[in-house]
Ligand binder design. Structure first.
Ligand code: KG4
Ligand code: ZN
Length: 357
C-alpha cells in the first residue's frame, strides 16, 4: 500500500509518499520539505504569514511528490473538489486534478495537532479535498507521535527495528519540550514538560540576544564549540526539583542580565547556555529512565540534532535512538509512519493546537 502524508503544523510545508507491503519493510518514494525562510528576519513564526505560505506551497509540493512517487499520470477528466476557505488553492487544485489519473494511494495521513491551528487547517482541508475527490481515507496524526517515529527511516528502504519497552522519549523542538513514557506503540504518557518556553525557543531567543540568525540552535552550537567553559555560571533550572518538568524562561532572563555585565564574551555565553540546557535535559532524562526502568531512549525534534546533547545522552546506560540527519526537524515522512501505525486513533479530523499525546 501507498501512504501520502501532509504536515503543516508550523512553518514547514511537508509532503511524503511511502510504500509498504506488510508493515515491516518500508520504502520512501518521496519526502519533501519546504521551509518558510520568510520568518527568519523576525526571529519567530507569524501564524497568518505561515498559513499563506502553506497555501502557496502545498500544491507544488504535492505535484512534485506524486511525480517522484511515479503516480503522476496524465488524463483529462472533469472531477472537482474544494479546499475549504482557500478559493485560489481550490482553483489550482481542480486544474491539476482534472489533468491526471487518480494516483494509487491507499491512505492519507495528516497532522492535526499540536501546532498552530491556522496552519494545521491548511493541511487538513487539503487532505479533505483529496479524500473527497478520490475517496481515499484520512487518518489524523499527532505531530509529537510523528517525532517519535522519526528514528526509523535510516535509508530509503528501511525496516521498523524492534525496540524494547518501556521507552522514554525526549521530544525537544521549537514548540515542545516533553518527556514521554511509552509502554507500547500507541500507549503514551507525558510524564514531564516545560512550564514556559520550549528548549528550541530558548535557543532561538538567546541566539537573538547574541545577534545570531534564526534558527538559533545550530548557531549557538557552532559558537560554543570555539571556546572553553567561562568563569561564570548560569542556573540549571528545575534540576533539583523532584519531577520531570522543565523551565527555560528564567535561564533566558539570566542570559539577558549577564550580557549587561562588562567583558562577557559571546562564545563563552553560547557555551555556558548550551551546557546548562544539556545538563538539565540529560539529568531529567536519566531520572526518568531510572524511575520507569526504561529499556530504550528515543530522542526527537529539532533540538535532538544538538551534538553536545547527543554525546551526553549516548553516555547513558541505555539503548539510544536518534533521528537520522534531516529527520530531526519537521517532516512528513514521520507523519506517514505514525499515521500508519496508529490508524485506530479516535481523534476527530480537525485542528487541535493542544492535542496531547
Ligand atoms: O522540530 P523543529 O524543526 O520545529 C518545531 O516543531 O519547533 O525544531 C526547530 C528548533 C529550533 O528552535 C532550532 O533552533 C532548534 O530546533 N535546533 C537546535 C539545533 N538544530 C535545530 N537546537 C540546538 N542545537 C541544534 N543543533
Ligand atoms: Zn516538530
Amino acid at each position: 500500500m501507498k501512504i501520502l502524508a501532509i504536515e503543516t503544523s508550523c512553518d514547514d510545508t511537508a509532503i511524503a509518499v511511502i510504500q509498504t507491503k506488510n508493515g515491516k519493510k518500508f520504502k520512501v518514494l518521496s519526502n519533501l520539505v519546504m521551509t518558510q525562510d520568510i520568518h527568519n528576519q523576525y526571529g519567530g513564526v507569524f501564524p497568518k504569514m505561515a498559513k499563506r505560505e502553506h497555501a502557496k506551497n502545498i500544491l507544488p509540493l504535492f505535484k512534485k511528490a506524486l511525480k517522484q512517487a511515479k503516480e503522476y499520470k496524465k488524463q483529462n477528466n472533469n472531477l472537482t473538489t474544494e479546499v475549504e476557505r482557500e478559493p485560489e488553492l481550490t482553483k489550482n487544485l481542480n486544474k491539476f486534478i482534472q489533468s491526471i489519473k487518480k494516483p494509487d494511494i491507499d491512505l492519507i495521513t495528516v497532522t492535526t495537532g499540536p501546532g498552530l491551528e491556522l496552519t494545521l487547517w491548511v493541511g487538513i482541508n487539503f487532505a479533505k479535498a483529496i479524500n473527497e475527490v478520490w475517496n481515499i481515507p484520512i487518518i489524523p496524526v499527532n505531530h509529537m507521535e510523528g517525532h517519535i517515529f522519526s528514528i526509523f527511516p535510516k535509508k530509503k528502504k528501511f525496516k521498523i527495528r524492534k525496540v524494547k519497552f518501556p521507552i522514554i522519549s525526549l521530544l525537544i523542538s521549537g514548540g515542545h519540550t516533553e518527556l514521554v513514557l511509552i509502554e507500547d506503540w500507541g500507549k503514551y504518557k507525558v510524564i514531564g514538560k516545560t512550564k514556559d518556553d520550549a528548549v528550541g525557543e530558548a535557543f532561538d531567543k538567546v541566539a537573538r540576544m547574541l545577534d545570531l540568525p534564526y534558527p538559533g540552535g545550530p548557531e549557538i552550537s557552532k559558537l560554543a564549540q570555539k571556546t572553553k567553559s567561562p568563569n561564570f555560571k548560569l542556573p540549571r533550572p528545575m534540576i533539583q526539583i523532584d519531577n520531570f518538568d522543565f523551565s527555560f524562561s528564567g535561564l533566558k532572563t539570566a542570559v539577558l542580565y549577564k550580557l549587561k555585565e562588562k567583558n562577557i564574551k559571546k562564545d563563552e555565553m553560547a557555551k555556558e547556555f548550551e551546557d546548562a540546557v544539556v545538563e538539565v535535559l540529560v539529568h531529567k532524562t536519566k531520572k526518568a529512565i531510572k524511575k520507569y526502568n526504561a529499556k530504550t531512549l528515543i530522542v526527537g525534534g529539532g533540538v535532538s540534532a544538538n551534538q553536545k546533547l547527543q554525546k551526553e545522552l549516548k553516555k547513558l546506560n541505555i539503548e539510544v535512538h536518534l533521528p537520522p540527519k534531516g529527520l530531526s526537524t519537521d517532516n512528513a515522512l514521520m507523519i506517514a509512519l505514525a499515521g500508519y501505525f496508529n490508524q485506530k486513533n479516535s481523534h476527530p479530523l480537525k485542528a487541535d493546537g493542544n492535542w496531547k499525546l
